[in-house]
Ligand binder design. Structure first.
Ligand SMILES: N=CN[C@@H](CCC(=O)O)C(=O)O
Ligand SMILES: [Zn+2]
Length: 419
């Protein structure tokens, strides 16, 4: 049995035994912070926490590892509920094209973008793809990410989509991170189906989905519902097909245009609706009282110079908000969740506490792991990060681009830094 006691914690964030599934509206500015706290871990679970003065003492000190966190904060690790972290190559050439004036949509229409990534991924063998993705996500642990959702969608053929999902399945087994897999065959229409969209829909529904279900390769289903990509009707058809295999939706909607995707996704019981750079009253009404988590991706807005989500409007309507990185080689080549909190504070006027709630408890909900992750609660997984000595929690979003995390514990084990 392994035991860790973290003592003298300057502030223990997101604590509680009976936390609701997520925080919404005004609740999001409450961090449930305990000052001068302790946290006790046994094996992979949190077994006790509270104020230092209430620490009853541990009677059995054998094999107990004590960490003194004087001047440091302890938080649940980030849950990154939206990424495309399995890919074959970066896309700097498109970055330069955009600097010279082409838009993301124009590059895609020329055959770049997602189709560019798909061509590269189709050529790469499964082992190389796996090894590179493992290194890539492991690098994120140092920045405090303890759970990650990863999508397919750079395959776009039966073989390549299955290859991507098998890689994600292998990552689940190889990484200490909690990983969820999402099938995103409906990321873009492949070139061969340019003039036969229904043919590609049939391919996904009749060939990809049954094989994915047979090998148990996906937890969720996604669709990029957007002009020049998938229509509302196509998304509905796909989500209905996914439901037959118990795949809950988590969808890309409202990145560039509003097509009714939010309302439809809520109707199909989506766990989250992601992007939302565009959001109208109708969308907000549809989300009110629903079980669907509105998820903003501020890193994408930053990198593509497109609007930021209207977080304040959503919070004023008493909605919850999750934030995720959207880590991918095209629109967001960075998975640092601390940076995501910075952009959310600076560009979306979220408070540091709101941003930290949105990247822990609420994003855990948005990837379906809130029963075990996303807060400091007894019985939850011991997935925590210890900051460097810092003046306040606001320092995390404030010092944008800096790594304020000193140590990460996943499943009760201290993660060693790569040398
Ligand atoms: N918008 C759709 N998918 C990704 C970008 C994919 C890419 O450009 O490779 C996103 O969420 O931003
Ligand atoms: Zn995405």
């Amino acid at each position: 049995m392994s035991k860790i006691l973290i003592k003298n914690i300057k502030g223990l964030f997101q604590t509680g035994e009976h936390l609701t599934h997520f925080k919404k509206g005004k609740e999001m500015d409450n961090g449930d912070l305990i000052n001068n706290a302790f946290l006790a871990i046994e094996d992979d679970e949190i077994i006790a926490f509270g104020k230092m003065e209430d620490w009853g003492g541990i009677t059995d000190w054998r094999d107990l590892e004590v960490i003194d966190a004087e001047g440091k904060y302890v938080l649940p690790t980030f849950c990154d509920s939206h990424t495309h972290a399995v890919f074959a190559a970066t896309r700097e050439e498109e970055f330069e094209d955009r600097i010279k004036g082409l838009s993301y949509e124009e590059i895609a229409l020329k055959g770049g973008g997602i189709l560019n990534s798909a061509a590269r991924l189709q050529e790469m063998d499964e082992d190389t793809l796996f090894e590179e993705a493992l290194k890539r996500i492991h690098n994120l642990v140092e920045y405090g990410t303890g759970a990650i959702e990863i999508k397919s969608g750079y395959g776009l053929t039966v073989a390549a989509e299955l290859k991507m999902l098998r890689v994600i399945k292998r990552l689940k087994a190889a990484s200490p991170m909690k990983i969820k897999a999402t099938f995103l065959g409906a990321h873009a229409f492949p070139k061969e189906y340019k003039d036969n969209h229904e043919g590609y829909m049939d391919l996904m529904i009749n060939e990809m989905l049954p094989k994915i279900a047979e090998e148990n390769l996906a937890d969720y289903i996604d669709c990029f519902c957007e002009r020049n990509y998938f229509t509302l009707e196509q998304m509905n058809r796909l989500l209905e097909a996914g439901a037959k295999y118990n795949l809950k939706p988590k969808v890309h909607v409202n990145q560039f245009s509003i097509m009714g995707g939010v309302e439809a996704a809520v109707k199909y019981g989506a766990l989250s609706v992601d992007h939302l750079e565009e959001l109208d009253e109708n969308d907000i009404e549809a989300l009110k009282g629903s079980k669907t988590m509105p998820t903003f991706l501020p890193g994408c807005s930053f990198f593509l110079s497109i609007p930021y989500g209207k977080a304040r409007q959503a919070l004023a309507a008493d909605l919850p908000i999750a934030l995720a990185s959207d880590f991918n080689p095209g629109s967001t080549p960075n998975g640092n969740m601390q940076l995501i909190t910075s952009i959310a504070c600076v560009k979306m006027n979220m408070t540091p506490t709101e941003a930290l709630n949105a990247t822990t408890l609420n994003s855990a909900y948005a990837m379906g792991i809130n029963e075990t992750h996303g807060s400091i609660s007894i019985g939850k997984k011991a997935n925590i990060m210890i900051t460097k000595p810092i003046s306040s929690l606001a320092r995390i979003p404030y010092s944008y681009g800096e790594n304020n995390v000193e140590e990460v514990i996943l499943n009760g084990k201290i993660i060693k830094k790569e040398s």
